[in-house]
Design a protein. Structure first.
Lengths: 832, 231
């Protein structure tokens, strides 16, 4: 079959070469089997198009073609990644906590008898490059609706972000827009932003990575399903009206690489967010759940109505009859194809019983949200054959398909895999052989230079644009190792979350790099004292059509699956983002891992800042884990030599687990008052961050163990943390570490004097460290006050306050979980 | 004591304000924007958030909500009302307080732990503080830059109606570093930073925010005694 020379784009697919004004219908499709269809412009391959014709026994209508192109896109069908992702299930460690896993909108993990949490990390990379503010904003909105669809109240977000070189002009366009978009959406939604990453590397030029994680909490029995069960049940579209935004977002935008100048033309494919509408949508959905009015629910995000209709029907094996003209539109002239393909935000699809419909509409009206019955569930055939999805528009039947063929039976590719030719050379070019600073003065200068470097510097210019306090349950937030949330005020039940990745390590060795991302995320959670229990992953890679990228992807998946099996932390869900590539230049393979940990009592969380010393001669500092000469892929090699080569640090997951056990026990027995994991920038960076947090100095003495002061300061060996142990607790702590076989190195003491001293090497006043560390992003991206109040506030975070005198009141209880709808005028009753 | 907390569509810190009221020892009562009934509350908090999506201007729509008609009347009659962040914006839009809150000078949303100096300690919401007491509570807003004409600013200062000023750095460019003000009677207070986020050791930078809520309970108790004595 030949192609029409040029398609005018997605929206025009209803208008056929025959020039008819009416939409393409099933009837027309049957009558004109040889109609030329623009399937290649929609991202479909010849054999995929042939398969569609085979499934339908005719050519698809224009609407059907659009639906297949969307659902069979890389983004929706995982056609290149599926064969690798299945390891996450095959190698899943045994566990009894998981209530919903891979394939659901988000994984759900039970954390107490009554309470479960759901969390997931997802990418919104391509839209955020094209239109940074809306791309990033709708990334937050999308992941939050995934959480909502599981029956949970969303309670926080996190954002791992990666940009091109810090001083590239396009970074000055992308970064401020992305940050403002995340803040603009999340703040307005009332969700605290509790952590993330901000990484600069030229490999992300033109392909910024904007990943978003959200977490929600639900009573176990409120878990929602997406199945469209019950013949005769009503299909309700809830939320914003449908517009022309985001058409083709998942197919033409997220599942293709861009030429250099193409981003501008793709802008109409980016959705536009309305966080106020999403806030109302959240409140109305939660009220509907609590009233038991919902039989099935699915969010509309990428792939819009097409995805929601086909997935809900396919999951139940039922059919569906939908009247498309009932969908409330922002623009009356939208064609049926556009309505089906629109990725307008802030919409949910509900399946409700006919007797509940009035109640559902009432709740929607209370919150001022559109709710429209657009269809009904139809029966499967008597022989058990799943039902069909039949969609009409003003009496024209435009779609008649088996929903499973779209949702489940997409193509699966075993893409060719080839180890990159350059990997041997790259690994042979070790950073351990680079010239190193030797004298105390050189080390001092290196530490300050590193602290001021874009990847290690103070990120508060970004994080101050996010609300971290709303909902009142944020126990720790950035720049801490993990975000920590209180879940239940009555019992103190809480969670810790950290998201981490290291593209350089994964570039050097994707298998080990994926494990290192997992190890760092695990460790960040463990050092707070929480028990890591599950992960979500966002796998950011170049084009799957490049065999070397597929090699990186398959190695990373294998590494992550093996690592999760060893650590006992199952993958609960996640997302794959391919085509992060401009021309032939792919990004570093960047698996990002979000680890969830649990606290029985969140009051025992361990923060990262050195506290004011309990005694005049200081608290004791110890290093846990083993320091080796591991500099390849390190921040030091990158900042001081612009070097990437060698093999990444060795990862020992058993050692990570042992470290985690020590920290959990130390937290329970109160032996440790602060802890900070070692990763990018090594010990030097930990000393910078932990001393500056509360303006407490440190006096460090390195042991005579064969490592130079330089290696002690800048090596990035995994499996390490610095802990603060008040005098008197040291014997117990050392015994605990010994019991778990975790090596301990005494490092020195914390000091009242605001100076960072490394014995025999250098000494730097904290003010000087702070100056180096804190001005980088502000200088790059601006935004300080002009005029008389130009001085930025330099406020050291106060040391955690002591527990208050018990005020004259009864015990405070959680209002996070709205188990009972609150009535206006009634007391706001404490709930558990 | 019953402290009402209003929920507008888009209110975000309503739960936090209710929690703070409870920790201070009050009973928190939910008030709904569409319901003019104040349910006999002794004081009202207008919480932070983005009421009505900040459509038109922050607080411009909320001011016309049915519940606000009752609150405006009651406030003129002496009901203690605290507007936090978006609540402050609503109080200005409702003309219960002078001036306006405009876009932060640096044009960014900013969230940080902010030092304030409490000045007016004769209001319903700040009588538990000492004059010039320095407190640390979170600030978080995109449109928190307080502006008024010079005459109004002079009058606010002359009449001792500046409730708190930013110290150790002004986070949004507010004129004369003003973070909060009160009306002439001292029963209506608007403040941009968030006292309700500084009421627990576990989640806040301090416990300094609790003073606003304990103050109102104290002033209600005192008024109650006075009222009783007069009878």
């Amino acid at each position: 079959m030949t192609q029409p020379e040029k398609s005018t784009g997605f929206a025009a697919t209803d208008v056929l070469a025959t020039g008819s004004d009416e939409p393409d219908t099933v009837e027309k499709a049957e009558k004109s089997p040889d109609e030329l269809q623009p399937f290649i412009d929609l991202g479909l391959k010849d054999d995929e198009y042939a398969k569609i014709r085979e499934i339908l026994g005719r050519r698809p209508t224009a609407s059907e073609l659009a639906m297949y192109s969307i659902m069979w896109s890389e983004h929706c069908s995982y056609k290149s990644s599926k064969v690798h992702l299945k390891q996450f299930s095959e190698k899943a460690p045994e566990n009894t906590r998981m209530l919903a896993g891979i394939g659901e909108n988000a994984g759900v993990v039970q954390i107490s008898d009554k309470i479960a949490v759901t969390f997931k990390v997802e990418s919104h990379n391509h839209p955020s490059y094209v239109e940074p503010y809306q791309g990033a904003a709708t990334g937050v909105g999308g992941i939050v609706r995934d959480i909502l669809a599981m029956g949970a109240r969303p309670i926080a977000v996190m954002d791992p972000l990666r940009f091109g070189a810090h001083d590239h002009p396009d970074t000055a366009r992308v970064l401020p827009g992305v940050v403002a978009g995340i803040g603009g959406y999340g703040n307005c939604l009332g969700l605290p932003n509790i952590g993330g990453e901000i990484v600069f590397d030229p490999c992300y030029q033109g392909n910024p990575l904007v990943n978003a994680l959200s977490i929600g909490v639900l009573p176990v029995e409120r878990l929602q399903k997406k199945e469209a069960t019950g013949t005769g049940n009503i299909v309700v579209l809830l939320g914003a009206r449908t517009g022309r935004d985001g058409i083709g977002g998942v197919s033409v935008l997220a599942s293709a690489t861009f030429a250099e100048d193409e981003a501008e033309q793709r802008r109409p494919s980016v959705q536009v967010g309305d966080p106020f509408m999403e806030k109302l949508l959240i409140e109305s959905c939660l009220e509907l759940y609590d009233a038991g009015l919902v039989s099935g629910i699915q969010d509309l995000g990428g792939a819009g109505l097409t995805c929601a209709l086909t997935e809900t029907a396919a999951a139940a094996g039922t059919g569906m009859r939908v009247w498309l003209e009932r969908v409330p539109l922002r623009e009356a002239s939208m064609s049926p194809t556009e309505i089906l393909a629109s990725e307008s935000q802030e919409r949910m699809l509900l399946i409700v019983t006919p007797e509940n419909l009035d109640e559902v509409l009432k709740v929607a009206e209370k919150w001022g949200v559109w709710a429209t019955a657009i269809g009904e569930v139809t029966a499967a055939a008597e022989d058990g054959t799943p039902g069909r999805l039949l969609i009409s528009w003003n009496d024209h039947v435009v779609v008649d398909v088996p929903p499973g063929s779209l949702a489940d039976d997409g193509p699966i590719y075993h893409r060719p895999i080839r180890e990159p030719n350059d990997i041997m050379l790259l690994q042979a070019d070790r950073a351990e052989t680079l010239p190193r600073p030797g004298t105390g003065d050189e080390l001092r200068e290196t530490l300050l230079r590193m602290a001021a470097s874009p990847n290690l510097c103070d990120k508060s210019w970004v994080t101050e644009q996010y609300d971290r306090y709303v909902l009142g349950n944020t126990v720790l937030a950035q720049p801490e190792d993990s975000g920590v949330l209180r879940i239940d005020e009555e019992t103190g039940l809480g969670v810790a979350l950290s998201v981490d990745g290291n593209g350089r390590f994964a570039r050097l060795d994707p298998y080990e790099g994926a494990k290192l991302a997992l190890a760092e995320s695990y460790r960040n959670v463990a050092v707070t004292g929480a028990e890591p229990i599950a992960i979500s992953d966002c796998l950011n890679f170049g084009s799957p059509e490049d065999p070397t990228v597929m090699w990186q992807f398959s190695e990373a998946c294998r590494g992550l699956a093996d690592g999760c099996l060893e650590l006992g932390t199952p993958v609960t869900g996640g997302n794959v983002s391919f085509y992060n590539q401009t021309g032939a230049a792919a990004i570093h393979p960047t698996p990002v891992v979000g680890t969830l940990g649990v606290f029985d009592d969140v009051a025992r969380r361990i923060p990262m800042g050195f506290p004011k010393p309990a005694k005049a001669n200081g608290d004791l500092l110890f290093l846990l884990g083993e320091t080796r000469t591991e500099l390849s892929g390190s921040e030091w090699a990158w900042v001081t030599h612009n070097h990437l080569g060698g093999r990444p640090p060795k990862v020992d997951l058993a050692a990570e687990q042992a470290l985690g056990k020590v920290m959990a026990k130390a937290s329970k027995s109160g032996l440790v008052t602060a802890a900070h994991d070692l990763s990018d920038g090594g010990l030097a960076q930990v000393l910078v961050e932990s001393t500056l947090r509360h303006g407490v100095g440190a006096k460090v003495t390195f042991p005579e163990d064969g490592n130079s002061a330089f290696v002690h300061l800048f090596s990035e060996s995994a499996g390490r943390a610095v802990v603060v142990v008040p005098r008197g607790h040291d014997k117990a702590f050392l015994a605990l570490a010994a019991e778990h076989g975790v090596p301990v190195t005494p490092l020195g003491v914390t000091t009242e004097e605001k100076v960072l001293q490394v014995e025999g090497q250098f000494s730097i006043p904290l003010d000087e460290v702070r100056e180096a560390w804190s001005s980088t992003l502000r200088d790059l991206f601006g935004g300080e006050l002009a005029g008389r109040n130009a001085q930025p506030a330099v406020v050291e975070a106060p040391v955690a306050v002591e527990a208050p005198e018990a005020p004259a009141t009864e015990k405070v209880q959680s209002i996070t979980l709205e188990l009972n709808p609150q009535t206006p005028g009634g007391p706001i009753t404490p709930q558990s | 004591m019953r402290i009402g907390v209003v929920t507008f569509p888009g209110s975000l810190d309503d739960g936090d304000a209710a929690r703070a009221a409870r920790i201070a020892g009050a009973e928190a009562i939910r008030l709904w924007h569409g319901d003019p009934d104040l349910h006999g509350v002794d004081a009202v908090v207008l919480p932070g958030g983005f009421s009505y999506g900040d459509a038109l201007r922050c607080g411009a729509i909320a001011r016309f909500a049915p519940v606000m008609e009752s609150i405006i009347d009651a406030a003129r009659g002496g009901l203690p009302v605290l507007g936090i962040c978006n609540g402050f914006q609503i109080l200005c839009e409702a003309h219960l307080l002078p001036g306006a809150l405009t876009r932060n000078q640096h044009l960014h949303f900013r969230n940080r732990d902010q030092w304030l100096k409490v000045e007016a300690t004769n209001t319903a919401w700040t009588n538990g503080f000492t004059a010039d007491q320095e407190i640390l509570i979170p600030v978080k807003n995109g449109e928190g830059c307080f502006v008024a004409d010079p005459k109004t600013l002079d009058a606010l200062e002359a009449e001792g109606r500046v409730v708190a000023r930013y110290i150790k750095g002004n986070p949004n460019g507010s004129q004369r570093d003003i973070a909060g003000i009160t009306n002439e009677a001292g029963n209506v207070v608007g403040i941009m930073p968030h006292p309700e986020h500084a009421v627990e050791a576990l989640t806040g930078p301090s416990l300094d925010g609790l003073g606003f809520f304990t103050s109102v309970l104290r002033s209600l108790a005192k008024d109650g005694q006075l009222a009783g004595g007069q009878q």
